[in-house]
Design a protein around this ligand. Structure first.
Ligand code: PMV
Length: 367
C-alpha cells in the first residue's frame, strides 16, 4: 500500500455512559463535556457531512479482517440560528420530525406525530451536549439527502454536521480530529458500541481501508471517480442482530465460516490494488465474490438479491450488499452503465448514483 499518504492510529474507547430510553421518549445522558463559550455566537452556521458506503469486507471486519469504505456525496446539512428564547428546537423536515431538546435536563420533547425515525434525535441531543455550554437558544434545521437506516451512515453524518455547526455557532474552532473524536463519543453513547467507519468518513471524506477491528484506519488515495449506484430496499436490517447472527453461524460452523472470513480478507486486499490500478474487471469480480460470501454468511434477502442480479443484468460489472444486509442497501459498480442500472433498479426500489465525497465535514458561516 505505497499510495497511502496518511495513517491515523486510533485509540481504544470505552463506552462512557448508559442511556435510558423511557416510553415517553425522554432520554437521560450524563453530561460529559462542558465548554466555556468565548464571545458572541454567529447569526447562522451551516455544516454538511457525507454519508458512507462499504465497498468490501463488511461483517468480516468485525473479526479483525480489513474493509474498504467510501464517503458518498449524499449528505446531512445542519443549520443553526439564534432563537429569542433559551430553548433548542430541532426540525427535520425530510422526516416530518420536530421537537425540543434540553441538554441541561437530557430531555427530548417531540412535537410531531409518532415517528419511527425519532431515534435520530438521540444523536442530535448527544451531539449538542458535547459542544453547547451557553444559555443561547438555537433553532436547528436538519436536511437530509441520505436515506435513514439504509446502512449509509445517516446518523454519523447528522452527528458530525451537528457537532460542527453547533460548535462553530458557539465560537469554538474544533479541528477535524476533535470533531471525529466527539462524534465517535456520541455514537458510543447512543448506540453502546460503534466502529469508527461512519464517523471517520463523515468527518474526513475520501476512501478508507480499515483493519484490526477497525481501530487502524488508513486513507487510500484513489484518483478516479468510481462509478457507483446504490439501491435501497424498503426493509431496514438491524446491524446488531445481523452481526450476532454471523457470530452464531461462526460459532456453529467454525471450519466453514473461518475460511469464508479469510477469503473476504484476501479479496479486500486484492481490491485495494485493483482500485488503485483502476482494474474495472477485477473490481467487479471481487465485488461479486464478496457478495457470494456475504450470502454464505446468511445476511442476504430476496429483495437484495433481486436488485443485485438486476444491476448485473443492466450492465454493472459488480454488485453486492453494502453494510450489514438483512435489508438496507446494495451497491453496484457501473462503469459506462450508470443510467441503465439506476433506471432499471428504480423500477423495483429506490436507486441513485453516488460519487465519492473527497470533502468531509464542511462549515459555512453567515454573519
Ligand atoms: O449497518 P452498516 O451499514 O453500518 O454496516 C455494518 C457493517 C458491519 O461490518 C456488519 C458491522 C460493523 O460494525 O462493522
Amino acid at each position: 500500500m505505497n499510495q497511502v499518504h496518511r495513517r491515523i492510529k486510533l485509540k481504544n474507547h470505552q463506552n462512557k455512559s448508559q442511556i435510558h430510553t423511557h416510553k415517553s421518549f425522554i432520554i437521560n445522558i450524563p453530561k460529559i463535556f462542558k465548554f466555556a463559550i468565548i464571545g458572541e455566537s454567529f447569526m447562522q452556521v451551516t455544516a454538511s457531512a457525507p454519508g458512507k458506503a462499504i465497498l468490501f469486507g463488511e461483517h468480516a471486519v468485525v473479526y479483525g479482517k480489513p474493509a474498504i469504505a467510501v464517503a458518498v456525496n449524499k449528505k446531512a446539512y445542519v443549520t443553526v440560528q439564534k432563537r429569542e428564547d433559551e430553548r433548542i428546537h430541532v426540525d427535520i423536515k425530510d422526516l416530518k420530525l420536530s421537537g425540543y431538546i434540553d441538554p441541561e435536563n437530557n430531555e427530548i420533547e417531540i412535537e410531531s406525530r409518532e415517528n419511527s425515525k425519532k431515534g435520530i434525535l438521540n444523536y442530535v441531543l448527544s451531539a449538542v451536549k458535547m459542544v453547547h455550554g451557553s444559555a443561547q437558544g438555537m433553532e436547528i434545521q436538519i436536511n437530509l439527502d441520505i436515506p435513514i437506516g439504509a446502512g449509509l451512515g445517516s446518523s454519523a453524518a447528522v452527528t458530525v454536521a451537528t457537532i460542527a455547526a453547533v460548535s462553530k455557532f458557539n465560537n469554538m474552532n474544533l479541528s477535524k480530529d476533535e470533531i471525529a473524536e466527539y462524534a465517535h463519543d456520541v455514537e458510543l453513547e447512543v448506540q453502546g458500541a460503534a466502529s469508527r467507519i461512519d464517523t471517520t468518513l463523515s468527518t474526513y471524506g475520501g476512501v478508507i481501508y480499515l483493519s484490526k477491528n477497525a481501530e487502524d484506519i488508513v486513507p487510500l488515495e484513489i484518483n478516479w471517480n468510481i462509478p457507483l449506484v446504490i439501491g435501497c430496499t424498503q426493509d431496514r436490517g438491524n446491524t446488531g442482530e445481523l452481526v450476532e447472527s454471523v457470530r452464531l453461524k461462526r460459532e456453529g460452523y467454525p471450519e466453514v465460516l473461518n475460511p469464508i472470513l479469510n477469503a473476504v480478507e484476501a479479496l479486500t486486499n486484492d481490491a485495494v490494488i485493483s482500485l488503485q490500478k483502476k482494474d474495472e474487471k477485477k473490481i467487479g469480480e471481487l465485488m461479486n465474490i464478496n457478495q457470494g460470501l456475504l450470502d454464505a454468511m446468511g445476511v442476504n434477502t430476496t429483495e437484495l438479491s433481486r436488485m443485485i442480479y438486476l444491476a448485473r443484468k443492466s450492465g454493472a460489472k459488480g454488485s453486492k450488499i453494502t453494510g450489514a444486509g438483512g435489508g438496507g442497501s446494495i451497491i453496484a459498480y457501473c462503469p459506462g452503465k450508470i443510467e441503465e442500472v439506476t433506471s432499471n433498479l428504480n423500477t423495483i426500489e429506490k436507486a441513485f448514483n453516488v460519487e465519492i465525497s473527497k470533502e468531509g465535514v464542511r462549515i459555512e458561516v453567515n454573519d
